[in-house]
Design a protein around this ligand. Structure first.
Ligand code: SD4
Length: 351
């Protein structure tokens, strides 16, 4: 089937499913109506195109493009873009400025993936290192493994001389002390009710040569249990890149993403002909259909395909993402599948 008619037929199918979902779930926000969904589908763009989660992704996107302009590879560009946000200690959800775990220590998760060669590297529960994205890249490039966690990841980072930093910033330590003083006594295993906001930088790049790259970095769920790992460093959950098709990334409550291998699923739907935005919407609908929590999941996705078409969707309103190409750099508002507000600065509220 020619590409255009395949697209038209996949769109018809998407609209049919959307209409069915709207009948079955009248609470669905208008943003998934056929009219709105088709009205905002992006067209093809020549690379480079970079898309990332949240408004704080915008400077990272710009750094990614700058790195390319200066002759860096696609992988360098993704790494440098993400390092910029990791370096910002005022960011409470990426890098060492992040909200700590329930014991007051920041534990970082990150991964990186290349379309060419289908390679990936990942680290989780890393304490005291400024750039988990670079450690993840090193795992990919110098070991036979994909993922290192905790003690082993930190030993690896030390051996390779990665930059160290504080276990928690002064500001986050004070906020944690206050949070802890308000919590009931910990139960066995130190469990306390997890608290506030958390967001992640997932960044996807279609390079000028047509190859795809992606990375993801986060301090994870604020006041999480020590050792908790979210979706972000898990290949196929918080990030997936397939050079034949496209790439996808996630932000939100990782527990609601990793049980569904959501980024992998988005890429597979794009493989079947969905526009990236249709794929993001359809995956959220599918998860909500199966999940006991329905749409009450606080999950958001971004995606890009090989043609440079991109899109995003979230369970609630207010998810913003950043997009940049050679002639623009902006923040866009994603489709929200319910009218539930997501809060300022992303602000997912763990339940
Ligand atoms: C996690 N998905 O650790 C990450 C955090 C996040 O918006 O993205 N929050 O679950």
């Amino acid at each position: 089937m020619p590409t255009t008619s395949r697209l038209a037929s996949s769109r018809r199918e998407f609209l049919r499913q959307t209409a069915t979902a709207a009948v079955a779930a009248p609470a669905l926000f208008h943003a998934v109506s056929a009219e709105t969904a088709t009205g905002i589908l992006s067209g093809p763009q020549k690379g480079p195109v970079v898309i990332s989660t949240w408004p704080f992704g915008k400077p990272s996107n710009e750094q990614t493009l700058k790195t390319l302009r200066e002759g860096g590879s696609g992988l360098d560009a993704v790494e440098q873009g993400i390092r910029l946000t990791e370096s910002d200690l005022s960011n409470p959800s990426v890098g060492l400025g992040g909200i700590p775990n329930s014991e007051g220590i920041v534990q970082l998760d990150a991964c990186i993936m290349t379309g060419p060669g289908h390679r990936a590297g990942s680290v989780a529960a890393v304490i005291g290192y400024q750039h988990p994205i670079s450690i993840a890249r090193k795992v990919m490039e110098t070991t036979k493994h994909v993922m290192l966690v905790g003690e082993g990841a930190m030993r690896f980072a030390q051996e390779h001389g990665f930059e160290k930093g504080p276990e928690v910033t002064d500001g986050q330590r004070e906020a944690w002390k206050k949070w802890r003083s308000e919590q009931p006594k910990p139960t066995v295993g130190g469990a306390r009710p997890p608290a506030p906001n958390h967001d992640t930088l997932a960044l996807l790049l279609l390079a000028p040569d047509g190859n795809l790259y992606g990375g993801c970095s986060t301090s994870g769920w604020g006041y999480k249990l020590p050792g908790r790992v979210g979706d972000s460093p898990i290949i196929g959950s918080g990030l997936y890149v397939d050079n034949e098709v496209g790439a996808a990334g996630a932000t939100g409550i990782g527990e609601n993403v990793m049980r569904y291998c959501a980024s992998f699923l988005i890429v597979e739907l794009m493989r079947q002909g969905r526009h990236p935005q249709e794929a993001c919407i359809e995956v959220i609908q599918r998860i909500a259909r199966q999940d006991p929590k329905g749409f009450d999941l606080s999950i958001n996705f971004i995606a890009i395909d090989r043609q440079g078409r991109y899109g995003a969707a979230g369970t609630g309103t207010g998810f913003q993402y950043a997009v940049a190409a050679s002639d623009f750099s902006r923040v866009e508002q994603s489709v929200g599948l319910t009218s539930a507000p997501i809060g300022p600065v992303g602000g997912n509220r763990p339940k």
